[in-house]
Design a protein around this ligand. Structure first.
Ligand code: NAD
Length: 380
């Protein structure tokens, strides 16, 4: 039997299972969304992968693939809420433009809110709600997948397969067992990484966090000590003025020779040019990035059909260098992208919208800005 004959029913069965799973999981979400059917919500950066989740959870919303920016804010005219994702731009002037169009609520389909000017939102009477956590283990698992792919040269092996090269030279990796991982930021995702690597790989675990947690499975040390002792460094911090550019020329110089560096947090934690220099010098042996400092110009877009002139307008030299390096793996902000996380995002976003529309008291980790009360309500 040919492989394509076997594959077709497998794919069909998988698609039908996924549809059934989507329908089952979302029944409660749909009920929650009905209560809010009067208010209008405009969804920016809507993607096909959300069809089975977000579109079912907010069936009456208006969907657009446009990214929120000053140029596109007018699309929200006549809507009470906008729903945005990580790379939508809601800085001050965009918030003003939304306020002028009657928007009262920004619904974030993510945890981080560094792309929103929260102070301006409060001043303009716009509340901001987020999804504080959505299956954090999905992101932890992706970070581990990246370190394993790099350590065992899986991408290079795949590239060789395509050209019929089955040789082994250049593909030697290291056993993770007994090596040291440094987890920077020991919140939900960082703790997940620490537990997978400690329990599954028998690695030694070091951690650095501003607020140490009792249930962290490793040893807390200073950032300098973590960098000096770790074979793998994995970043799990929010982007704040304090963490911006944390991995730079100075901190890379403190790393152990041959470190594998993974960033699934926010691109601006890492100075990408400094990381490239670190790759040249060998201080960084391999780099895994699920996030990138300039990702809002690149990620979630398809440039392959553009002509050269169009392509040059968005050309990113740093990404071109990263893309050419065999010891670099870039994924386009996909660490969260599992059925489980998408369900959670849809469910919590619909619930946030329902709560707001029902005039319920806003409280809890989902509230970034409650514009109905004083400045103190802005979460930091
Ligand atoms: P979390 O809030 O549970 O943990 C963050 C940790 O960072 C906390 O323990 C906090 O004390 C620590 N921290 C904050 N500021 C610090 C500082 N200046 N120095 C040291 N420690 C500091 O968050 P989480 O759910 O674990 O998520 C971590 C980050 O992952 C998020 O902020 C987000 O940017 C990113 N994220 C990425 C994806 C993705 O798809 N790539 C998805 C979700 C979240």
């Amino acid at each position: 039997m040919s492989s394509s004959v076997v594959r077709a029913p497998l794919i069909a069965a998988r698609a039908s299972r996924a549809r059934a799973r989507g329908a089952r999981r979302l029944s409660s979400v749909i009920v929650a969304a009905r209560a809010s059917s009067d208010a209008r919500c405009f969804v920016f950066s809507a993607h096909r992968y959300e069809d089975e989740t977000l579109r079912r959870a907010l069936p009456n919303a208006t969907y657009s693939s446009a990214r929120l920016s000053l140029d596109t804010a007018s699309l929200a005219q006549g809507h009470d809420a906008v729903c945005v994702f990580v790379d939508d731009d809601a800085r001050g002037e965009v918030v003003d433009a939304l306020a002028e169009r009657g928007v009262k609520l920004i619904l974030l389909r993510c945890a981080g809110f560094d792309n929103v000017d929260c102070e301006r939102a409060r001043e303009r009477g716009i509340s901001v709600l987020r999804v504080p956590a959505y299956d954090p283990l999905s992101i932890s698992e992706h970070a581990v997948a990246m370190m394993m792919s790099l350590n065992r040269h899986l991408c290079a092996s795949r590239d060789r397969l395509r050209v019929g090269n089955f040789t082994l030279d250049g593909l030697v990796g290291s056993s993770m067992r007994g090596k040291t991982v440094g987890v920077v930021g020991t919140g939900k995702i960082g703790r997940g990484v620490a537990e997978i690597l400690k329990n599954g790989f028998q690695m030694r675990v070091l951690g650095y966090d501003k607020f140490e947690k009792d249930d962290f499975c490793g040893d807390y040390v200073s950032l300098d000590e973590l960098l000096a002792r770790s074979d793998v460094v994995s970043l799990h911090l929010p982007l704040t003025p304090e963490t911006r550019g944390m991995i730079c020329v100075e901190t890379i110089a403190k790393m152990k020779e041959g470190t594998i560096l993974i960033n699934t947090s926010r691109g601006l934690l890492v100075d990408a040019r400094a990381a490239i220099d670190g790759l040249y010098s060998g201080r960084i042996a391999a780099l895994g990035l699920d996030v990138y400092e300039n990702e809002n110009r690149l990620f979630f877009k398809d440039f392959s059909s553009m002509n050269t002139n169009e392509r040059m307008l968005v050309w990113d030299e740093t990404m071109a260098i990263l893309g050419s390096m065999p010891q670099v793996l870039v994924t386009p902000h996909t660490a969260f992208l599992t059925y489980e996380a998408l369900d959670e995002i849809a469910k919590h976003t619909a619930e946030n919208f329902r709560q707001f529309c029902a005039g319920e008291r806003l409280e809890g980790a989902n509230v970034v800005v409650d514009a109905s009360v004083s400045a103190a309500s802005t979460t930091t």
